[in-house]
Design a protein around this ligand. Structure first.
Ligand code: AMP
Ligand code: ZN
Length: 114
């Protein structure tokens, strides 16, 4: 856990969130500023700052994030209509919170990237 990390505090239950899923490896909760009808963040329980800090030892966690994304997509009713997974990385990637997270977006037709 990183002391000044907002997502570590959410994982620890020190800051409230609308949690949708939690297990030993990952936690998922609704984004506080949703940009789509479904906007969930899936985060590793371990403080990994970004994809730029990812190592081979993280592969089980990273793979698990996709399985959890599929489960949440089913749970929230967007698995068939479709959804987008986004992982912003670093300044040019638009990353604001430096605890790795996957955005799960769905519930409307999303525009093209770029
Ligand atoms: P990114 O720009 O990829 O780093 O995304 C960070 C996301 O975290 C943004 O979509 C924010 O709306 C979201 N966010 C920031 N603080 C909170 C919070 N306390 N609870 C839920 N989502 C948050
Ligand atoms: Zn953290």
């Amino acid at each position: 856990m990183s002391n000044d990390c907002i997502f570590c505090k959410i994982i620890a239950g020190e800051i409230p969130s609308k949690q949708v899923y939690k297990d030993d490896l990952v936690t998922a909760f609704h984004d506080i500023h949703p940009v789509a009808p479904v906007h969930v963040l899936i985060v590793p329980n371990e403080h990994i700052p970004s994809v730029a800090a990812v190592e081979e030892t993280h592969e089980a966690i990273l793979g698990h994030m996709f399985t959890v994304a599929r489960r949440i997509a089913e749970q929230l009713g967007v698995a068939e209509s479709g959804f987008r997974l986004v992982v912003n990385t670093g300044a040019d990637g638009g990353q604001d919170v430096f605890h790795l997270h996957m955005h799960l977006l769905g519930g409307r037709r999303l525009g093209r990237l770029g």
